[in-house]
Design a protein around this ligand. Structure first.
Ligand code: PMP
Length: 392
């Protein structure tokens, strides 16, 4: 019955119905939009479009109210246990969200000699802002030590034992990634909180988990959670930073910082409502099923190597769970060429030099990233195509 549910879900994405022979397998870059999101944008722009918190007339008031409602929607979507003590700051995506924390919040909360931990093997958006903050502080005579989040060689999983050994009484801040954008590895955030204790500020990049799996702030116990709306079915140029006041102090003191992306925020509200209706449990079960089918299929093809997931780990013994991202390479065919071959067969994948960064080795690869609209038929068709390239 999951399959029947998914067929109805898929039918809600107009772009997929328009070109049914194409398989969109690049949802980690940005996701497709269900009709409900497009309709919400049209409804907003055709009934209420105005600048927020400026006017005293109905459209402006409706816009202001809509934005407040989406803030509350973000909090409820995340299972915020104390919505009265948290803030939601809208951004254009995860990059801007992380940069905002690194620029506006972090410097004021670090002192000379403090230490932070940063995931160097993760998306650059969650690496460079912290290094820039360190350099900025150094220029002011405040020396911060930046440690690399330890990664196990081979699997690409975070090494939490090594992390525990790294933590000192001077550790103030940890930048984490919920789901890795290349390996799909699912971070055990709760365990990190146990290791770090209550006084360390945890900042979670949820770019690849938001909209893919149930998220509960009560369970994660982080201080900042940053995501991209556009990867969670909302319009391009959307995202948010959730922050709690207790440890973090509010990121933005409230009020309005210029004209917000009102239509984008409306789309985010609609996207989160749509995801809640569809059910994050079912979405996760569906996409992980697809990813496992692909991983297992690739494991049977000697010409391919799955990154961050050695063959011995492919079946059941993974240290960390894998989400809806599978990255691989062909032993003989260049990944960029493989991407072109796949596109000529109707598969849209990412193939422009994504790298395995751990261990210092850089190898390009092809990434297949899935969302609820993808199907087992697409995965099986992809595996047939990949198998056909085995002997070339
Ligand atoms: N972090 C992670 C883990 C990502 O996968 C991405 C997008 N690929 C980003 C940050 C950046 O997101 P955005 O482009 O929305 O700023």
């Amino acid at each position: 019955e999951l399959a029947a549910w998914q067929r109805e879900i898929r039918a809600e994405f107009p772009i997929l119905a328009a070109e049914p022979h194409l398989a969109y397998l690049d949802s980690a870059a940005t996701a497709q939009k269900p009709r409900a999101v497009l309709d919400a944008v049209t409804a907003y722009l055709t009934t209420s479009n105005a600048n927020a918190a400026r006017g005293t007339y109905p459209w402006a008031n409706r816009t202001t109210r809509m934005i407040e409602e989406v803030r509350e929607r973000v909090k409820s979507f995340l299972g915020d246990p104390e919505p009265a003590r948290s803030r939601v700051h809208f951004t254009s995506g995860t990059s801007e969200g992380l940069r905002t924390i690194a620029r506006d919040w972090l410097p004021g909360h670090l002192r000379d000699g403090d230490e932070i931990v940063v995931p160097f093997a993760d998306h650059e958006a969650n690496t460079s802002p912290w290094l820039e903050a360190r350099d900025l502080l150094a220029a002011r005579g405040v020396r911060i030590t930046v440690h690399e989040m330890p990664v196990q060689s081979g699997s690409g999983d975070y090494d939490l034992t090594a992390l525990a050994a790294l933590l000192t009484p001077r550790t103030r801040f940890l930048a984490l990634t919920h789901v890795h954008h290349v390996y799909g590895a699912d971070m055990n955030v709760h365990r990190v909180r146990e290791l770090a204790g209550d006084d360390v500020v945890l900042c979670l990049d949820a770019a690849q988990s938001m909209g893919h799996l149930p998220i509960s702030l009560a369970a994660l116990d982080v201080d900042f959670l940053v995501f991209s709306g556009h990867k969670a079915l909302a319009l391009p140029g959307t995202g948010a930073v959730w922050s709690r006041e207790v440890r973090g102090a509010p990121l933005v003191p409230g009020g309005w910082d210029g004209t917000p992306n009102t239509a984008g925020i409306a789309s985010l509200g609609a996207a989160l409502a749509w995801l809640q209706d569809a059910g994050l449990d079912r979405i996760e079960r569906w996409t992980r099923g697809l990813a496992e089918r692909l991983t297992d299929g690739l494991s049977a093809l000697p010409a391919y190597e799955v990154l961050g997931c050695p063959l011995s780990l492919a079946r059941g013994t993974r240290v960390q769970q894998r989400q809806s991202i599978v990255t691989f390479r062909h032993r003989d065919i260049e990944s960029v060429d493989l991407g072109f071959i796949l596109f000529s067969e109707g598969f849209m994948v990412r193939a422009d030099g994504l790298c395995q960064a751990s261990g210092g080795e850089k190898r390009s690869s092809v990434r297949v990233s899935l969302h609820v609209y993808n199907t087992f038929e697409e995965i099986d068709r992809l595996l047939v195509t990949l198998r056909g390239l085995t002997s070339s």
